[in-house]
Structure formats: C-alpha cells, structure tokens
Design a protein around this ligand. Sequence first.
Ligand SMILES: [Zn+2]
Length: 460
Amino acid sequence: MMFEQPRLTGAPQLMPRETAQSYLGRLTGFYVCRTQKEFCKDFGLDVVGILYGQRDALQELAHLTGACLDQLDRWTPKRIDKSRMEIAGNVLSIRDNPRRQLRLCPLCAKEDATNNPDVPVDLAVYGRCEWMLGIVDVCASHQVRLVQRRANVRCTRESDITYETSLFLEDLHDLEIEPGELNAFERYALGRIGSLPQVYAELLDPLSLGAVANVCLALGSDILRAGSVFNGSQRQRWEAGFLALNSGHDGFTRALEKARGAPRLGVMASSTIPRLMLLLNKRPADLAGFANTMRPLLAKVFPYRSDDVLLGRSSSAHYLDTFPRVARKYGVPRGLLVAAVNNVPGLAIEPWSRPSQALIDVRKASQFFRNKAPYLLSAEVCRIIGSTPTGAIPRVRRWIKLGLLPLPMLDAPVLHFSAEDVRNHLRVLAKSLEAMGETPGWTSIHSLSAETGADLESFA
Ligand SMILES: [Zn+2]
C-alpha cells in the first residue's frame, strides 16, 4: 500500500502546518464538490474522522492525495472528547469549537492569495494549525491580531469548511488589520506545539498546555485584580499569569509576595489568589503534581499556622505566631524580641511595618531562645543582679553604658551574660575601684554593691 501512487494526481499540495480540516476544504473546492461530505463520499473518505483528526481517516486522506501523513497528523487538531482536543501532543480544552470559530491572520491570507493568483482565494488560503489553538490571538509572522468569524452551524458534523471559509474570505480585503505583538504566553504556547522555538518554563513544562492555560488565566486574573481595579483582557490575564509562573520558584515567590503585601496571620493564599487556589483546590488530575509543587512555595509566602490546611494538607513548612504571643510564650521582654526580630535572619517573616507586628517563625524562635534564654534570664543571673528578669535587662544595659560591663559580642542581637560573666566583671571592677580609691559616681565598693544589688561576698 505504502508505495502505491496517490489516486488523485494534480491535487492541491498540503501546505506547511496546514490542518487536515483546512486541506479537506480546499480539496472540496478544487474538485468542485458542493460539500466536503460529498467530496468524502465520492472518494471513500471518512468525513467525520477527518474533522475529528482520527489517524485512520487522515491516513486515507494522505493516501488519496499523496500528502505526507506525518505532517498531516502533526498539525491537525484531534478531538479527544466534547471538551478537549490535542494538538501536536498537547491537550487543550475546547473553548470555541474550532470548526465553528474560524480564525485567520488577514496578512497570511492575503499573502496566500497573492502567491496563488490563478486559483480562487478560498483554495489559496489555507488554515494554519496555530489558528486553531484558541489561546493565541496574534500571528507570529506578521504581528497582527487574528480575525475570527463564527460559523453558523450547530455542530462539527454540519460544518462545511469550504463554505464557511469562502464566506469569510469574500471580505478578505475589507478585514481590519489590527497590529498586535505576540506576548510571552503566546510565544510559549506556539513553542509547545512546535511552530516556534521552544521556550522552557520550569513550573509549567510538566503540565499539559490546556492546564498551563487554565493556571495562567486564574493566576493572571488574581494578579491583575490585586494590582489595581483593572481586570485586563483574557490575553493580558494569560500573559500576567505566565510571566509570574515563568520566572522559576524565586520569581514566582516574589510575584506572590507583591500581590500579598505585608503578611498577616489569617490572610491565606485563598484571599490573595482566590482563582488559582480554587483551581488547585479542585485538583483536577492534570494539576495534582502542580499542586504539590505549589504547596511549599505558598507556605513560604502566606502566613499559615501548623493546623491550617493548605491545598488539602496541614502546612508543616511554617508555624507562625504573632509578636505578643511569642513574647508571652518565651517570657521575653518586648524590647528584646524587637532586637531579635531586627537582627536574627528568618526569625520573623518579611516584610513587616513594625517589628511588633511581625509574624514570628515559631520553630526559629524556639531554637533561638533555647540557646540564648538560659543566659539571659537564668535565675542565677537575676539573683546576682538582684532583680526580676524584666528588671535585670535595663540594669545590665545601664552597666554597659557606664562601662562596667563590656558588650558580650558586638553583633549580638540580644545581651546575654552568664552568671559567671557578671560575677567576673563585677569582681574586676571592685578590685580596680579598691586600687583607685574613689571614682566619680562610685564612692566605694559598698555603694557599688548597693547599686548593683550584688552580694559583696562574691567579690572576695
Ligand atoms: Zn500572518
């Protein structure tokens, strides 16, 4: 069979990236059949099979005309079910039935007509695969918006490409040409079907093209809504979502932080990016893996507590709490917690307008205070200083200011002295005072003892 000559000689050539649906339409016109159904009947082809892009039907068409089956198969949209189609291995949802919504680039069409002056315009103009995509609105070669026309039919079986196209093309020279630049999302989509060089997008490449379109549209709507009152066209929403998702984990995190503003406990992802969260919470099968990728990124950006549920699971990435609650829990004076928030990277999640409004990462806080708190607040230190933990801090501060105690570490976020430190420094101080006799502000070791509340015996 393979080596048999095509049965139709002199048939129009299949054009680059031409769909079988378009090719069938041009053949019908060329052989002067009234309808494509009639053409298929005459030549023993399966008209519905061709319109649905079924391989067997395309094979018969290729055999009849001598067209390259691989090319025909590659560029022909295939119906999967009522709501999905496949183009070059990419699953897409059918927004507008592509057989009912005719789309074309007016400049490509004019070029086709100019290049084939001897044939009627509806035989010269052929349908490119990318016009059927439904998510790309601009011609990549001409940078103009595609024009569309709705065919007056009820279902695919009834549609007649030849007739509909010829109606469309009658107006070809009157079609308005609107300049339009191919945006990043469209460039990506065309890369996925192979009509432009491929663009790689770490977060999106594992998804079907249809899922990419859904995710980008949902996120883009959220981002544009968060940014202003302006919701944007569908094209702009696709692009906004794509730009946020195409910048890798870090870029995506930054885009979310921008949309979120200052973090507040209880403000979940679902209130900042509601459409994307709704889509991910529904978790259609093709987004299950994507939801898993999103979970840690969302947990990084949005304040979740350990018992909050994020995309169907409790969040374990963060256990956040508010400043006053952390201060109470660890018995840390407010001023010290402010110093800690300002100085310990990652202790609070950024950004905050005032440290006291910061959200604290509880795991970091417990780690930090487990290490520092014994020095800071130990009963032993307090006993030497003769004060409660809260009272001890200003007293130690004052000693540092007076030069009685050296700073423990220049970059230390909080002041911490062990009981041993306090005892040693006071002992050294007492000795030098003894040697010097009287010092301004400190009349004697007794007054020092009284001022510091320290046990005199400890100096001995
Ligand atoms: Zn064009």
